[in-house]
Every structure is written in C-alpha cells, then in structure tokens.
Design a protein around this ligand. Sequence first.
Ligand code: MN
Ligand code: MN
Length: 468
Amino acid sequence: MAENKEKTLGQQLKDELLYKTKNTYNELSEEDLDAAYDYAEGYKKYLDAGKTERECVTASIAMLEADGFVPYTFGMQVEAGGKYYYNNRGRSLSAFVLGTESLENGVYFTASHIDSPRIDLKAHPLYEAEGLGYLKTHYYGGIKKYQWTAIPLALHGAITKADGETVNIVIGEDDSDPVFYIDDLLPHLAGDQMKRSLADGISGEQLNLLSGSRPFEKNLPEGVKLNIMKLLNDKYGIVESDFMSAEISAVPAFKARDIGLDRSLIGSYGHDDRVCAYPSLTALMAVKNPVHTTMAVLADKEEIGSEGNAGMQSIVYFDIIADLAKTLGVSDIVVRANSKCLSSDVNAAFDPNFPEVNERRNACFVNNGVVLTKYTGARGKSGSNDASAEFTGWVRNMLDKAGVIWQTSELGKVDQGGGGTVAKYIAKMNVDVIDLGVPVISMHAPYEVVSKTDVYMTHKAIEAFFKA
Ligand code: MN
Ligand code: MN
C-alpha cells in the first residue's frame, strides 16, 4: 500500500497562492477530447467553403438558415427566442438571437473577422511578357511576400459586368482545375536576391500571377493574353474592362488538413480569423433561448484597419442594435452601456523555433486553451483597448465556472512589434470588450496552424459567454 504523504506547508501554499498553467490534454476528459476532434471536422469544411469574406458570409448563412435563422430587415418585428441574421452587402454578417430579458440589459456579442491576408488583382491585371501571361496584383493585409511565391494559388471573387450583372468566380479549388503561381528565382541565380533582407527578397510588383503561355493563334502579337481573356470570356462572359469593377483575390489553393501523426493540429489558409468566426456561430446556435440577446458579428476589412462599410468601424453593427432598441421601445444608449463583447481574434502562439520574439511568462501556448488578451498594441500599448480589471475579472470567472481551459497572453515581448484587433472600435461605442481567441502558429502565412483543443475551447468559451 502506498504511503499517503501529507503535503508540506510550502506545497499547500504553492497550490493556494501560485498560478499554474493548464494544458488541455492534462485537463480534459477523453470525451471532451473526442468532442474537440469531431468539432474540427466541421471547422475544416467551413475553412474550405469560405476563403474570402464573401464566401464566408455565404457559408455562414447556410449554417444559420439550416438552424432556423431568418433574414433581418431594419424595422421588422422581433420576438424573444427569435433567430435573425443581417447580411451586409454579402461581405459581413451579424447573426443574433433575441433574449428573454429586456434588451436594455445589454447585448452579449462576439466580433471576429472573416477577411484574411491575400493577393488581390489590380484593375488592369492582364498582360503578356516574353510569351507568358500574367495577372498584376496588389497584396491585401500584412504578408511576408516571399511566402506567397512558388505555391499553388486559386482565384476567388466577384466581377460586375458593364450591364450590372455580377458573376462569382472560383478557379483552382477543384482537383481538376488549373491553379495560378507566383515565380521565384532558382537558388543558382539568386546570389543577389539572397543577400537582400527577407522583406526585400520579393517586391510587391513581383507578385504577378503566372496564368498561361499558349497563344490564341500562330504569330499573333499578345496572343497569350488574348487566349487567357478568351477562356475567361467563354466561362464567365467577361471582357477585359470588367476587371475594373471586380474583386478578385488569389488565395492558397490548399485545403484544410490535419497536421501531425496524432492529427492534433489543423493546417489551413485563413485561420485568422475564421478560427474565431466559426466558434462564434456554433456557440450562437448552441445556446437556445438565451437570457441576454446574443450576437455574432463577422466583419470584413480587419486586416487593413477595419475600414469601409463592412469593416468593424462601420456604423452598421451598432445600427442593428439601435434599430432593435427602437423597435422594442428602449434606449440604444442604455443597451450599449450594458453590452459586453468578446473581440474574438487570434494571438501568436509561442513557437519553439522562434522563442526570442516572446516573453515566455506572458505568451500563449498551443494546447493551453483559448487565450484571453487584455491588451494588444505596440510600444507602450499604443493602439490598444486594454480591458479593465473588472471586465477581465468577469470574463475569467465566467470561463472558470464553465470549466473552460484558458490562458492569457501579450502579442510578443515588449517592443518586439505588435498589432491590433477590432476591440478598440467596439470599446469606443461604450461597450466592455476584451480579446479572446485561438493561438496560431505562422499567423498570416499561406498555411497557418492551430490546435484542435484550442479551437474547441474557444467554442466552449463563447458558449459560456452567451449563456452568462
Ligand atoms: Mn485577426
Ligand atoms: Mn490578421
């Protein structure tokens, strides 16, 4: 029989007074782990269905409608328990469930973004050089340009023709589709290039998409360019000038896949920030008849500063709340003052290959659960929301009560760099807000990595928030 040793006073005090990090694989039951891996299957499908904000809106509406959500229009009558979504120009989405309590008690909402870094086509993209056809691009969001060369790329987007008709295009996702490609230099001739910094190795104007090499007919000047245009015309009925009224993006043609022999991780384009958008939707649907009004906002344009009428700085998100308040005869000022928000975005996971950019005690780790980020910003917290002690305390209490495994993090060590989220734009509307999301490895790369248990903990965290 094993001896049941009493803990020393020091050991007892350590348990009582000192913080211990938690790991999902130590804390969760086998059932929870199975649930996390099952949950990842749905998430991977969502990733493959939505590689642009437009496609994400479409995929999200399909999920919501299957669950009984109906379109919301300004001024419409609403009822407690009713499930609604507002589609903002096909590029951002607000889905909500009206609570059983008065709206004046506040809206509990998440805000995540469904745009991701990518390579957009210019207004006059198509040209031919030395018998090769290319498309000129202008990158979108923060990318390391060299990462986007020499990989298969797919084109996604929408083109509005001169007659006003809009056609959607997807080329490169079906296994039988052709893909596009950005050239890089062979190492043999890259002596000069390799001496430049990573930032300068590939320039913005070198991000040209290789798109063809076969001319339309023999000895025709610019025959390759014409042939590419003819193929697009045959398939989509477009002419060259239609590129001027188009939103077409090159995105990695990779599918979401399990990473690692144990299948514990997910590799994909665009985890940032669909890895928070998807749990926001699943949590919204999981909580039936919430007490507070619950809402999941999926915004566009976060990667370029939350600008535009679909970015988080747009008034539309708070117009919806104001409109509901008006319909229900309450003050939208009071509604906002009592509202709570999880700005649901990713953070940078501690990467053992690059330990020098983080301060270990204040970094987030893969498989340590959903990450709470009190402040982001750069230098002296510049551009940060910096959530209050009180609201941070409310959130941690809510997470602990629900048995959610969570951790806290900064974005890198002090003065290493920095970044921001939509949190500050929401805070400005007199709402309590904090960042909460998933640790990501290789954030903003064409293929990013997250952990299945962290994604599942994010779903559980948002579910607990919507139930609070
Ligand atoms: Mn993000
Ligand atoms: Mn980002």
